[in-house]
Structures are given as C-alpha cells and as structure tokens.
Design a protein around this ligand. Structure first.
Ligand code: EPU
Length: 419
C-alpha cells in the first residue's frame, strides 16, 4: 500500500523551517548536464521523487550521476543515447526538458510525447515549433517526438504565449546553436533565470533571462561548473499558507522573498502578517482570515502552483472569495476533496467561488496531483477537529522535500504511515 499521511489539526505552527532547493529549477538544471561533455555539479538539489526520476532518465541516456558531499555530480561525457522512453516520461512531464539539450548536443532526440495529466492537456506544440524554427526536422512517430538537425541555427522565436519548460528547452537548445536566437514572449519565471545563470557559468552567452525577451549567442562548447539550485518559492509559499491557516508564527529560512511578491501581497490582504529580510520570511496568522480573490498568471503574477494551497486558506476565511485559474484548465481536482472536509466551494469553468466556513473537519481524502495534495495537508492542519488521512502521498513526495517532517518540526501533529 502506498504511504499515507495523517494530520490532526488545530495546532498553531511555530518555529523555523528551511526552504529546500526548487524542484522546477533543479529539473532543467539536471537536463542541462546533457549539453556538456564534462561534469556539472549541482548543490542544493532537493530530495524529491521527480529528481530521482530525472536522474534515472539521465542515467538511461548515459550520464554518470553521483552524489558527493551533499552535491549531485552529473557527467555526460559518455552519454550515448538520445531516446527518452515512455515509461520514464509518463511519470514526469518535465522529462521533455531533455529534448532541447539532446538535439543541441547530438543532433537528434526521440522523446516520448507526454500525455495529458491530472491538471490538463498540456501539449508541447510550442517546444516543437521553436525547434523547427531553428532548423530541426521534427515528426511524431508511435507516440514519440523525433527531432533531428545537423546543427541548430539561431532564429527569432515568438512564443504565442509563455511556456516555462518550453522557454527552458529552447534556451538550452540555442546555447549550442549556430548564431543568435531571440526568444520573444519568453517565460519570466525565476527558474528560467536560474537556468540561464548556470548556463552562463558554463560558458553560454545568454542575456535577458527573467524578462520576456531572451537573447542567446550560440557557442561551440560549454565547460564544467558547480552551481547551487535556487530556493523553492512554491514550498516557501506553502509554509506561509501553513502559518496562516493554523494562526501560527513561522520563519522560513534560506528563501528569496523577492520571488514571492504576488503571493505575499495576497497573503497580507488575507490578514497574514509578513516580515521579510534578505533571505527569510516570517509569517504570522491570526484566526481571522479575510476573503481575498486570486487570479493565476504567469510570473510575476500569482502562481498556479500556489492556487490550491491558497484555496485551502480561503476555505476558512470570513466571507466570499473567488479563485480563477488561467493556466491549467483542470486544476481544480482538490475542490471535491476540500468539500469532503466541510469546505463550501462551487465551481464554474475556470473559477471557484469559496464561501468561508467556520471550521473544517478531518476526513479521509485522496491526493490527485502535487499541489492539490499540499492543499489537503493544509486543510488538515487547519481542521478544528478530526483526523485527516491523505492517501496517494507519492504525489506530494514528487515535489515537497519531507513536508510531513518539516511540518512536524513546527509542532504540527502530522505523521506518515509507510505503506
Ligand atoms: N502550453 C501549450 N503548448 C506548449 C506548452 C504549454 O499549450 O507547447 C500551455 C500549457 O498547457 C499551459 C500553459 O501553456 O496551459 C503554460 O504551461 P507551461 O508550459 O508554462 O507549463 P510547464 O512548463 O509544463 C511548468 C512547471 C509547472 C507549473 C507551470 C506553470 C516545471 C517542471 N513545471 O510547467 O509546475 O505549474 O510551469 O507555471 O517547471 C508543479 O510544480 O506542480 C508544476 C505543475
């Protein structure tokens, strides 16, 4: 039986917790190792199931992966494969991040097409169109995307709408391309900038990452480097919500407050007192959570990856709020589960209307995706009575490092039954 997490709520969380390295920065950085016939050492890599999956994929491609003194060393000198098989890609969509690096380094790639997932259809047409604009021949064959190019050529690429992994994939491809590539309407997420900083440390020439226009001068080769993965802003935001929903007082260490402006602004409106320093955030909640609307947007807007957690908070607010999801069409799987705990939420298309209730009560609930699982854990912490049993915890373990242990260290009554 898979692991389950049990939570008995009603305890204000107190104390300090350290943010882990960001999942969505670590995964593209790991894929970037394929660009280099040498060693890329990554520090601050979080201990997550998705990181293990990416490591397995890289090993399959011939990358030598070793842990050394808390860092992850990736050496693609001997990489000799260019196919990412269905079995690995189906468990983690971020596997598509090997597409750009493989074509750039080996002139070919065969990557299983990621299917739909619990939060929406999630096509990769923008990745493919951009590779074609750079001169690659791309075709679909038996459920795989196959791409081929002698050497990719620099191009001006206008994304019809921003895509995070699409921007990362094409930025990695462009690093070794012939000439200059410009990405217009690029994703501005801090994880894109983190990847660009690491690539530049390896000898790439990228300007403008973190803005909507990125310029990349192709180089012929990259060199080994050591790089530390940025802190996880979504994990940080989840701990702010945990402080808020329990009326607690939590200081999150080793985070980047500047990456959470939109989240902090909404949390403050909801009545959570937020103090911040250079690399820490202190969040204090009281029991009067205010109703606040949110609309998800690409960075620097409110992140879709915090939507479910914010909704758990709103479930206990005083009043009526709405949550509008503009990025993923099906990212409301947590709603029926929150309602089983006593939340009053009605859904219409991409908007949830939440009427705050006075109390939630513990219930057995099922995790459906990573952030939905986090929202159920938060609801469990905020529940005034009863025990919440979250099953299918493997979703949570994909993207949160030791969430249960970290919450327990803050005084939360939360424990895991190992399956
Ligand atoms: N889209 C297309 N065509 C494409 C690419 C994207 O239609 O070729 C659509 C998507 O279906 C979606 C929108 O564009 O509606 C934005 O998707 P994006 O490509 O930006 O998402 P992603 O790169 O697949 C990353 C994160 C997600 C996060 C989103 C949005 C990684 C590994 N994943 O996904 O993280 O929700 O950006 O910020 O970086 C999570 O951590 O829980 C997670 C799902």
């Amino acid at each position: 039986m898979p692991d389950r997490i049990f939570i008995e709520g009603g305890v204000p969380l107190r104390g300090e917790v350290t943010a882990s390295g960001a999942k969505n920065a670590a995964l593209p950085l790991m894929a970037a190792s394929l660009l280099l016939p040498g060693e890329l050492v990554l520090e601050n890599v979080p201990g997550l199931r998705d990181v293990v999956t990416m490591r397995r994929l890289l090993e399959h491609l011939g990358v030598r992966c070793r842990e050394e003194g808390g860092a992850l060393s990736l050496d693609a000198s001997g990489a000799d494969m260019w196919d990412a098989p269905y079995d690995l890609v189906k468990t983690m969509r971020a596997s598509v991040l090997v597409l750009g690096p493989l074509v750039a380094r080996f002139g070919r790639a065969r990557v299983s097409q990621p299917g739909g997932c619990a939060i929406g259809a999630r096509p990769i047409n923008r990745h493919i169109q951009a590779l074609e604009a750079m001169g690659a021949a791309v075709w679909l064959e038996h459920g795989y995307v196959v791409a081929q190019a002698d050497r990719l050529k620099g191009a001006e690429i206008v994304f019809e709408a921003p895509t995070v992994t699409g921007t990362e994939n094409i930025m990695m491809a462009a690093v070794l391309a012939d000439g200059e590539t410009t990405l217009i309407n690029a994703a501005m997420e801090p994880e894109v900038k983190d990847l660009a900083t690491a690539l530049n440390a390896m000898g790439a020439r990228i300007e403008g990452a973190g803005t909507g226009e990125i310029r990349i001068q192709g180089v012929t080769s990259l060199s080994p480097t050591t790089y530390s993965v940025m802190p996880d802003r979504i994990e940080t935001g989840t701990y702010i919500a945990a402080a808020g929903i329990t009326g607690g007082d939590v200081k999150i260490l080793k985070c980047v407050p500047g990456h959470l402006r939109a989240v902090i602004e909404r949390m403050e409106k909801a009545g959570i007192a937020v103090e911040k320093g250079q690399d820490w955030i202190r969040a204090r909640g009281d029991m009067g959570i205010k109703a606040v609307d949110v609309i998800t947007d690409p960075y620097p807007g409110f992140p879709t990856d915090m939507q479910a957690q914010f909704m758990a908070l709103m479930a206990l607010s005083r009043g009526l709020s709405t949550v509008t999801e503009t990025i993923f069409e099906q990212r409301f799987m947590h709603v029926p589960e929150l309602c089983r705990m006593g939340a009053d939420i009605t859904l219409s298309e991409r908007r949830a209307a939440i009427r705050g209730v006075e109390r939630l009560s513990g219930a057995p609930v099922m995790a459906t995706d990573l952030r939905a699982s986090a929202s159920l854990v938060l609801a469990g912490l905020g529940a005034a009575e009863g025990v919440t049993e979250v099953s299918r915890v493997y979703h949570l373990d994909r993207g949160y490092e030791k969430l249960d242990e970290k919450l327990a260290s803050l005084g939360g009554r939360i424990w895991r039954a190992v399956g």
